[in-house]
Design a protein around this ligand. Structure first.
Ligand SMILES: [Zn+2]
Length: 123
């Protein structure tokens, strides 16, 4: 299978430790942390655009269907529009009304997060 770098498109040796969509060529592997941040920003912008476009496709499909609860085959595509209720636990209210239980049953574990934003001032 031919792999290509997701950053520059250059054909490269597939790295079995990476999923095919996240292959990086040797040239791009040497990027600086700032260049990776720039690539991340670009990808996140593309992801926002794709999310909006995906939602627009779904909106248009819903408009073309008779309504929720529809299961039809049209033009070779199957559309199954379901509407169900999803239960959710009211954590805020439970914390307010039973702080003792919350304290007794709260377990803490380390969580990692990475937020990358442009610095206000250049270093
Ligand atoms: Zn590359």
């Amino acid at each position: 299978m031919i792999a290509s770098c997701f950053l520059c498109g250059q054909v490269c040796e597939p790295d079995p430790s990476r999923v095919a969509a996240a292959q990086v060529c040797p040239d791009c592997s040497g990027r600086s942390i700032g260049q990776w941040a720039l690539a991340l920003e670009g990808l996140q912008d593309q992801a926002k655009i794709l999310d909006a476009q995906i939602e627009e496709c779904k909106r248009r499909i819903r408009l073309a269907l008779p309504g929720a609860g529809t299961k039809v085959v049209v033009e070779g595509w199957q559309f199954d529009w379901r509407q169900t209720n999803r239960d959710s636990f009211d954590t805020k209210r439970f914390s307010r009304e039973h702080p003792d239980l919350v304290a007794k049953y709260t377990a803490s574990k380390p969580v990692e997060s990475l937020h990358v934003t442009r610095a206000k001032e250049a270093p």
